[in-house]
Design a protein around this ligand. Structure first.
Ligand SMILES: *Cc1c(COP(=O)(O)O)cnc(C)c1O
Length: 382
């Protein structure tokens, strides 16, 4: 098929002034973050994980930037993403994390993508498929070292090792995945690194990959031959509790629709969960949970959670976040600095993705991947 036909419409996004929400993505910062990670792992190769539409930021734009920067290997979740990726990076090595599903063999050849083999059943089917089609496109072998999600149990993988040298399974990468990398002191890290090091010894000559973003910061023993960062590329802190070594990548803003006064004792929003303790000024922004601002970051009398930056000042979110609207207490702003149509910043300007996640009791990954399709997307640093 013509690969151009596979190009999806995600680059065309709603136009600027007509939408309330705007997501600005700094592609130069993504490249800078990739280079920071490359330096951290020194001689190992730094791949990029771009699943879930490049963590919500636009797979084509992210891949285009990193491919031009010299990134050679990409990981996606499924074949649909692999197809989109191939259309913008003709020479890239593409691994599909969801593995080899029935009836998908032809697609792997069509796209020249490599499945991540996650079970012995998949391996048997893949072997049969590649033998029948005489296909040598390669595949990753995913060994489970303690995550207990996907992956071949270590005993079965170990039994396979002698055969892998002789029979050609076409294995081009040995990989495993860390369960607790963002908590360096967690004992499971040492257990998994040890188990994977042993496994590498059995599969000599095949490149190995263990580290996700946080795994890169666990030190040399986790680096192996290839690292697989996702989150850190997009500015999420891979070292929680320590300063973020990554540059901020995104800014999420909503336009102010209205500024109104509320009297002392009045409540704001659905459920009347926030009460004005004094006469207050409220700005209503055109952004809501449909745009990905987590509703759990709503402000209520029983606790103040999320904030936005308005005219250079941090203003609390008051009342429940609605589908399309968020109310902000701007009482502390000088009169006249904020106007209808101005932007309030919900991510960026010193509010990190991780701050928003903490306010909502979730993780930065969820915040990023939930930014709504309704937001206007602007790419900078292309
Ligand atoms: C998502 C994923 C990654 C990337 O993880 P980050 O924490 O975003 O760096 C790496 N490997 C596998 C198997 C994954 O599923």
């Amino acid at each position: 098929m013509d690969l151009a036909e596979a190009l999806p419409q995600t680059i065309d996004t709603p136009s600027g002034p007509e939408t309330g929400g705007t997501l600005t993505i700094d592609l130069a910062a993504i490249e800078a973050n990739w280079r920071v990670l490359c330096r951290e792992i020194r001689t190992a190769e730094c791949a990029a994980v771009v699943k879930a539409n490049g963590y919500g930021l636009g797979l084509e734009a992210v891949v285009g930037k990193l491919d031009a920067a010299g990134c050679k290997t990409f990981f996606v979740a499924d074949l649909v993403e692999a197809r989109r990726l191939r259309a913008v990076a003709r020479d890239a090595v593409i691994y599909v994390l969801s593995g080899f599903l029935p009836e998908c063999g032809a697609a792997f050849i069509d796209i020249a993508a490599r499945p991540v083999i996650n079970s012995m059943t998949e391996l048997a089917e893949w072997d049969a498929f590649v033998a029948q089609r005489n296909w040598r496109g390669g595949a990753a072998l995913h060994v489970d070292t303690g995550m207990n999600r996907l992956g071949i149990p270590p005993e079965e993988a170990a039994a396979l090792a002698p055969r892998a040298q002789t029979e050609n399974h076409g294995i081009t990468l040995l990989m495993s995945h860390l369960a607790c990398a963002e908590t360096p002191a967690h004992p499971l890290n040492a257990v998994q690194i040890h188990a994977f090091t042993e496994m590498r010894g059995l599969f000599r000559g095949i490149p190995a990959s263990l580290a996700n973003s946080s795994g890169i910061f666990l030190g040399d023993s986790a680096h192996c031959d290839l690292a697989r960062p996702g989150a850190a590329l997009y500015g999420i802190n891979p070292t929680p509790g320590r300063p973020n070594p990554m540059q901020a990548v995104v800014q999420l803003t909503g336009r102010i629709l209205q500024i109104r006064n509320v009297e002392k004792g009045a409540t704001v929003g659905y459920g009347a969960t926030w009460t004005a303790k004094h006469a207050a000024r409220i700005a209503v922004a055109a952004l809501g949970y449909a745009d990905g601002v987590p509703r759990a970051a709503s402000g209520a009398d029983c606790g103040q959670l999320g904030v936005a930056h308005v005219a250079g000042k941090s203003c609390p979110i008051v009342g429940r976040i609605s589908m399309d609207l968020i109310c902000l207490d701007i009482s502390d702003l000088p009169d006249g600095v904020l106007h209808r149509g101005d932007a309030a910043t919900f991510i960026g300007d010193g509010i990190s993705i991780d701050d928003v996640a903490a306010a909502a009791g979730t993780i930065g990954y969820e915040v990023l991947t939930h930014v709504g399709p309704r937001c206007h997307r602007i790419y900078r640093g292309a």
